[in-house]
Design a protein around this ligand. Structure first.
Ligand code: ZN
Ligand code: ZN
Ligand code: FE
Length: 738
């Protein structure tokens, strides 16, 4: 078990039951020495009544002899080192603190930094371990006598709450515009500007946000123009009433919104909609609840949904410093809602979604890290490993003492500042986890910055270069607790790009294997990536390659008449800047282009999201799947699919139906060989992984087709490259642990 607030909970429970003894944190969790009547009830109550932030994995008990029985029950300071992560994730304002800021106590009424042991900043204020106030950015604020009393009283909700603060002693908030601080109530001033259509930069827990009125079309358009972000959906913040007005949250979605992690949750649009500019072409909005007292107080005044997007220059990491914000965001924001508490760690908002199959993690960050995952059976004694992920959506993973720590989303390593962040995070997590890696893991691609860093840090220690899609498979096994010796599974890996063992680019695979190894049982017929990297940005290039391959040059000529087809066909024929790839992601792009997606994508995954949104609007949820051919050598050939599409195109079939037929066909094409592997006894289960499985329609179709088989899917870690390092780490551990 872990969790701030756990020892006071035990203290109160023991006092209520008149028990004697003491409680302390030890390396593996919380240790309780206790004597008295009703110890069974005490033990049961530990799991049943544990505070919200505590994670109780197991409660184990054993006989103990007290040399001297204590007079009462006490809390002992933790002497032990090496607890797994020793700091918990940041947590959204709890109900009691939310009541405090609207209550009568003048120390907390309207106070934007109210918190207690059940809520508040943690990782984002941590300077160094151990986690106590002196080592956080709250060290700059000396507690007043009242706060100090609360901090020292085990019966108080704020006992040992490191960031405890009140209006007398804690951080303060102000509004800044035109380079100077404005006088008056900062939150009221910011709210007025927002309701007037201005853009306000708000300093939050893990970075700055840019906010504007989500009901104001012009404000959204202004934000898009200033950010040079034409279509990528913005997230919105609202209270539950707003979310129910403009969306249709299920009770499970409402519960996820209210989780202490307070992630952004994708929720279907309702009948009443917000301006189109918020999430153009999407069927859902990304919503989050206010998760700090500051945001609660702001929402109380504006009383309408706000756009909340990260405050950064395009492609760069989110801004965290006050001066940095003034420097970089002044072109975007009309005013700054500032505060004087330093952000020590940059953390984006987490993004999640609920599907009929369970939770889906799209971006893992604030509120979720540094949470750990227990390693599957067989890895209890695994050596310490660090794995560096791939290149896009990078995250690193550390193994130690039977636990995996997957870092927060770090971003795309092309960007110099993100690369800096990546290197800092590497050192930082090593500290947090008290980590001394003996084995290093990275992608098979030698030119990724992450691979080069792994090679240089390994410096003679073992370095395991893991094939990209094998790592996706292992990540899915790991998060599902698939034991090390549980046998091979059939992994359907539908993904963007990853270097294969044959030096072509893979990404639409059925792999048969486990942590120890794999074989490539089936794969999408490869097609050239015309123009190399340009094929990732421009979906029509993939359409050209696939139509030519299907013998439909005339259709390509007609659909792409504006493009330099002669040159590109020459390049394909001679193999110049046209590497072969079995990527399912690029097939999604090709099909999006076939249905009319034009030009270049303005963000990664745009075409695939566009296609998914079309499919989700299909009149029939069970459209007849387009068929793919399956060759004996394991090649899954889309040519018959293109034939059927052409037939539909000639008869003016609605694009929604075609999009759904494509999804269903692709699912069937990969589920068929995976099923065969299970039915012939070669595989024990089917695992679904890779970036395409962030497409809920594709995931549902595959799950439906495989529902009678043991099935493993991602629900705790991202199916895309954000979860890749977990798989790399387990594969490296399997190769180097006895
Ligand atoms: Zn609280
Ligand atoms: Zn105080
Ligand atoms: Fe990938």
């Amino acid at each position: 078990m872990q969790g701030v607030g756990f020892r006071p909970f035990i203290w109160k429970l023991a006092h209520r039951m008149s028990l004697r003894g003491y409680v302390l944190n030890d390396a593996k969790g919380v240790l309780i020495y206790v004597t008295g009547e009703g110890l069974d009830r005490f033990e049961a109550a530990i799991s049943e009544q544990a505070p919200v932030l505590a994670r109780v994995d197991t409660v184990e008990s054993d006989a103990y002899h007290f040399d001297e029985i204590p007079d009462s029950f006490g809390i002992t300071t933790s002497g032990a080192q090496g607890a797994e992560t020793r700091v918990t994730p940041d947590a959204a304002t709890c109900a009691e603190c939310a009541a405090d800021i609207r209550g009568d106590n003048p120390r907390r009424k309207g106070y934007a930094f109210t918190n207690c042991t059940h809520c508040g900043p943690r990782l984002t204020i941590l300077r160094a371990l151990p986690y106590d106030r002196a080592q956080t950015s709250m060290a700059a604020f000396e507690m007043c006598a009242e706060c100090a009393r609360e901090y020292a009283d085990p019966a108080d909700r704020r006992f040992h709450a490191q960031p405890v603060a009140c209006v007398q002693c804690g951080p303060r908030v102000w509004l800044e515009a035109g380079g100077s601080e404005l006088s008056g109530d900062a939150i009221a001033l910011a709210a007025r500007r927002l309701t007037e259509g201005q853009i306000v930069a708000i300093k939050g827990l893990g970075g700055f946000h840019l906010a504007c009125d989500a009901t104001n079309r012009d404000a959204i358009a202004l934000l898009r123009a200033r950010k040079h972000r034409p279509v990528k959906p913005f997230a919105a913040m609202g209270v539950l009433d707003h979310i129910r007005r403009f969306g249709m949250p299920s009770s499970e979605e409402a519960a996820l919104l209210q989780d202490p992690a307070a992630p952004i949750v994708l929720i279907s649009k309702g009948t009443e909609t917000l301006p189109d500019g918020l999430a153009p072409g999407q069927n859902s909005y990304g919503w989050m609840l206010p998760y700090t007292p500051l945001l609660h107080l702001l929402m109380d005044v504006v009383d309408r949904p706000l756009v909340m997007t990260s405050g950064n220059l395009s492609g760069e990491p989110q801004v965290i410093g006050n001066d940095e914000a003034r420097d970089k965001l002044s072109g975007f924001a009309d005013a700054f809602l500032m505060n004087d508490r330093e952000i020590m760690r940059r953390l984006d908002d987490s993004v999640e979604r609920l599907t009929p199959q369970g939770p889906m993690v799209l971006r893992r960050a604030r509120g979720r890290v540094p949470g750990t995952l227990p390693l599957p059976k067989g890895f209890e004694d695994a050596t310490q490993v660090v794995a560096y992920g791939a290149h896009l959506k990078s995250a690193i993973c550390l193994l130690k003492n039977g636990q995996a720590l997957l870092s927060h989303h770090l971003g795309d390593l092309d960007e110099a500042l993100t690369w800096d962040e990546f290197q800092k995070a590497d050192a930082d997590y090593a500290d947090l986890f008290d980590h001394d890696p003996q084995v290093f893991a990275c992608d098979l691609h030698p030119d990724y910055r992450s691979s080069r860093r792994a090679a240089s840090r390994a410096a003679g220690k073992p370095l395991v270069e893991v094939q990209h899609h094998h790592a996706h498979l292992a990540a899915c096994l790991a998060e599902n607790g698939w034991a090390r010796d549980a046998g091979p599974v059939a992994g359907i890996i539908l993904d963007g790009l990853g270097l294969g063992t044959d030096n072509t680019v893979w990404g639409g695979e059925v792999l048969l294997g486990d942590y120890n190894g794999f074989e490539r049982a089936a794969h999408l017929a490869p097609a050239p990536l015309v123009g190399g990297d340009a094929a990732g940005r421009e979906p029509w290039r993939n359409l050209l390659a696939r139509l030519d391959q299907a013998g439909m040059q005339d259709i390509a000529d007609e659909m792409l008449s504006q493009r330099p087809l002669g040159l590109l066909r020459q390049a394909m024929a001679s193999g110049v800047n046209a590497p072969l790839s079995s990527s399912a992601g690029r097939l999604f792009d090709a099909f999006a282009a076939a249905l009319g997606f034009e030009g270049a994508q303005s963000f990664e995954g745009e075409a695939a999201m566009w296609l998914e949104a079309y499919a989700a609007r299909a009149p029939l949820s069970r459209a007849y799947p387009y068929s793919f051919a399956q060759w004996e050598n394991g090649v899954i050939d889309p040519v018959p699919m293109w034939d059927a599409w052409l037939g539909n195109r000639k008869t003016d079939t609605p694009p929604e139906a075609m999009a759904m037929r494509f999804h269903a066909g692709l699912a069937q094409a990969f589920c068929t060989p995976a099923r065969a592997l299970v039915e012939t006894g070669q595989a024990k289960a089917v695992a679904l992984s890779g970036g395409c499985f962030q497409n809920a329609t594709l995931l549902s179709l595959c799950c439906e087709q495989l529902q009678d088989l043991p099935l493993l899917i991602h629900t705790k870690t991202p199916a895309n490259d954000g979860g890749l390092a977990l798989g790399q780490a387990l594969i490296a551990a399997a190769a180097h642990s006895g």
